[in-house]
Write a protein that binds this ligand. Sequence first.
Ligand SMILES: O=C(O)CCC(=O)C(=O)O
Length: 279
Amino acid sequence: MNEKEKFLYDLQGFLVVKNFLNEEEVQAFNEAFEANGDKRGDDPNQATGGNMDGPVRRGIFNGMLSWEKPWCLPFRDLLAHPKNVPYLDTLLGRGWKMDHSPFMLTGGKGTEGLRIHGATSARFNGSAYYTFANGMMRCGMIVCQFQLSDVAEGDGGLCVIPGSHKANFKCPEEILLWEDHQEIVYNVPSKAGDMIIFNEATLHGTIPWTAEHERRSLLYRYSPKYLHFAGGTYETKQPEWVSELTEAQQAVLEPPYIYNRPLVAEDGETVDRPRSHMP
Ligand SMILES: O=C(O)CCC(=O)C(=O)O
């Protein structure tokens, strides 16, 4: 993570990494979703009023890490992608983990949005937070959103309120519902292959989708080694198929703990096993 990226993430509470995935990787994900179209469900999270409402439910895919081979493979390869290791090390410290099962948000024109949410700094939140101390950024859960189709500003999809990870006051309801001060809400433009990293403390949500083409955003959420945000997956034990993964991928699915933890190395394939618990 270079100095410009650190400046932008610290300032805004999110960062766009252009061309994170190459064309072949984007194609592999899109092919996997097309081959498994029958697994699409309705997102249990629904819009709750204001300008986030829309006539169509958001579509969601999940469980991709255990899809039949070869469809699960690109998703497994993304767990400890070597290009992502420096971002995760810098934002979470060494020893980060998958928070819960990755999912893909999708939907065509008319798909509803989702109310803006996020912890901010208005009160101490031990699971979704942003701190800077001793020259280091540290975050609670963060979201890596990989775009599999293009998003122009105004198309809808992910929106953020830049800088709100440091906000000290409660966000007014009418802003959360995108009814008032729309000018502070940024619908992040991005291309297929880009990665947007944002902090769960940054106010964020979904603007209803207006483009003719389908939204396709793949979300991986990571937490520091001592934390698990969302219950239900990879919280207390490894999945049955863990032996099919590389050492690094296995380390990413370890439950939260610190002592004797394998730490993903820069190559994204191997792990370091430091003797100290304070690497
Ligand atoms: O990308 C989006 O539509 C918003 C995702 C979201 O709200 C979340 O990850 O908590």
